[in-house]
Design a binder for this molecule. Sequence first.
Ligand SMILES: [Cu+2]
Length: 306
Amino acid sequence: MRRLTTVLTIGAASLLAAPSASATTREYWVAAVPVTFNIVPNGRDAIMGMEYTPADTVFGTTVYRRYTRNWGKPQANVPSGSGNSDLMPGPLIKARVGDKLRVHFKNLDTAFNRPHSMHFHGVEYKPSSDGSYVPGYSGRDGDVKPGQTWTYKLTAGKDSAGAWPYHDHGPAMHESIEGGMFGMLSILGRREKAPDREYVVIFSPMGKFQAIDGRAFVGNTPVFKSRVGELVQWDVMAMGSEHHTFHVHGHRWRGPDGVPVDTVTVGPAESLRVRWRERDPGTWLYHCHVETHMEAGMIGTYQVKR
Ligand SMILES: [Cu+2]
């Protein structure tokens, strides 16, 4: 077995490091930023023919946003084609087993003036990178006040391959999670093939709506796109207090026991990765199959070209 070596990511050094041969350190710059968010930008539930006004759908909240080094410039959170929003979910944080992650977090929440944090599932870290607030026990990692920063030091361990949640676990966790302060980690095995397309699907309630990546109803939720022959990967998780059932029309995949399925349940903070080699062109629905959730917006389209 080949020994893993650590290559520090300093400027162009990261470009020179062979991505699959040796472990590396991956740096992310993330800030909590206040925004005005519209959960139904087109004002319609196209399937039921319902109209909504901005009074129903626009609210102020705080989100995670990816930045360039030293919080220089804001960037899109997810690669183009994997979502339709650069605000929710937070940045897709990627690594391979054996890599180290340095997530530099800054709280720019001057509108609500709340403390925030980042708490990561699925990876190894010391308690000072846990990011959860416990009065009298936790440190600054779980209580990053407006204007302050914290660097979370994480390692993708042998049992870290998969898709995992992260979210605010600070003193304002409840409002933050309802308002969209969550995202996903995507960790590949050391030599695992990377997918051609990767989609992030986060089910969460938002006010009176049931959202996917912070949006409700077809035409607002992400339109995921692929081509026949591509390896597609869906990173799926749930936030909040309800269970959801992830379903994609016209497709099947293998469950953990090897049996084909086309629907899978995710409870709060549960996450999973679904993969297949695409072979079915057309426009398909994906949605939560809890009927009341579908009706409240938890549905979108997936477009496969020949
Ligand atoms: Cu649901």
